[in-house]
Design a protein around this ligand. Structure first.
Ligand SMILES: Nc1ncnc2c1ncn2[C@@H]1O[C@H](COP(=O)(O)OP(=O)(O)O)[C@@H](O)[C@H]1O
Ligand SMILES: [Mg+2]
Length: 235
C-alpha cells in the first residue's frame, strides 16, 4: 500500500510507513508544543526527500517567520522554493464582515496554486485562526467544515493545525475539526518533556501509546521505543 511518509523521524514506523495519500490530519496541541515545526518539516522533507511539491499556508505567522523557522534547522529551503517544490503562502486577513466573500477567493487561490505546482502536500496553520474570524459557533463550524472538505478534494495529504489549551483530552478548539479529519495527532509539552499521541488515523493500525519527542537541530524526532504515561499529562 502506498503511503505518504511524514518526514518526521520516528513517526512513520508508528503509523505503518506514513499517512494515507490524500488524507487530512489534524495536528493539535497547546502553544509552543511544536505544531509549526513538525508541519514545516512535513513540507520540507516531502520536497527534499520525496520530490513532492508542498504548500505551507500560514495564517498565524508571516511567511518570513516560517521561512526563518525552516532556515534555523539548516534546511535548504531557498533551493526548494526556486525549484518550485516549496511555497509558503500567507492567507489574507479580513474583518468578520468581509470574511465570507474573501474566504472563497482565498480557497480558489489555493486551488490554483495546488494545480500549478502539482502539490501533493499542504499545511494550514491554523484552523484556530480561521475560527477567530467568525462571530458565531455555527459559522465557525460551517466554514471549518467547508475548508477541510475543499482541501480533501484537492487530493493533497494535508496537515491542519489546531491550537488547544494543551490539556490532555482536548483535541481541537471549536470541537468540529477533530471529527471532519481522517486523523488526529496530539502534541504535549510537560516541561521539560515533549510528547505525542496518535489519537486516530482512519484505515491505519497505528500505535496507541504516548511517545516522547525532541526538537533538535534536525527538527522534530520521535522516540518510538519509549513511552510516557497518559496520567502524567495535564487534565
Ligand atoms: N532550533 C530549535 N531547537 C530546539 N528547540 C526549538 C528550536 N526552535 C524552536 N524550538 C522550540 O519549539 C518551540 C516552538 O515550536 P512551534 O512549532 O513554533 O510551536 P507551536 O506551533 O506548537 O506553537 C519553541 O518554543 C522552542 O521551545
Ligand atoms: Mg505555530
Amino acid at each position: 500500500m502506498d503511503r505518504t511518509p511524514s518526514g518526521v523521524g520516528g513517526l512513520d514506523e508508528l503509523i505503518g510507513g506514513g499517512f494515507m495519500p490524500g488524507s487530512s490530519v489534524l495536528v493539535c496541541g497547546g502553544s509552543g508544543t511544536g505544531k509549526t515545526i513538525l508541519s514545516t518539516q512535513f513540507i520540507y522533507k516531502g520536497a527534499e526527500q520525496y520530490k513532492e511539491p508542498g504548500i505551507y499556508i500560514t495564517l498565524e505567522e508571516g511567511s518570513k517567520n516560517i521561512w526563518w523557522n525552516m532556515k534555523s534547522f539548516h534546511w535548504n529551503i531557498t533551493k526548494l522554493q526556486q525549484e518550485n517544490l516549496v511555497k509558503i503562502y500567507r492567507f489574507g486577513m479580513f474583518s468578520p464582515k468581509e470574511f465570507a466573500l474573501k474566504f472563497d477567493e482565498e480557497l480558489e487561490k489555493i486551488k490554483r496554486m495546488v494545480e500549478e505546482m502539482g502539490a501533493k502536500r499542504l499545511v494550514i496553520d491554523s484552523t484556530t485562526t480561521i475560527g477567530m474570524f467568525m462571530e458565531s459557533e455555527s459559522e465557525v463550524r460551517y466554514n471549518l467544515f467547508k475548508l477541510i472538505d475543499e482541501m480533501k478534494k484537492l487530493d493533497c495529504t494535508t496537515l491542519l493545525i489546531a491550537e488547544t489549551e494543551g490539556t490532555r483530552d482536548k483535541f481541537s478548539r471549536f470541537g468540529v475539526e477533530e471529527f471532519v479529519v481522517d486523523g488526529v495527532i496530539a502534541l504535549y509539552f510537560v516541561p521539560p518533556v515533549r510528547c505525542m499521541l496518535i489519537k486516530k488515523l482512519r484505515g491505519i493500525n497505528h500505535d496507541k501509546k504516548v511517545h516522547p519527542f525532541e526538537i533538535n537541530e534536525y527538527g522534530v524526532e520521535i522516540n518510538p521505543s519509549e513511552q510516557i504515561l497518559w496520567e502524567s499529562l495535564s487534565k
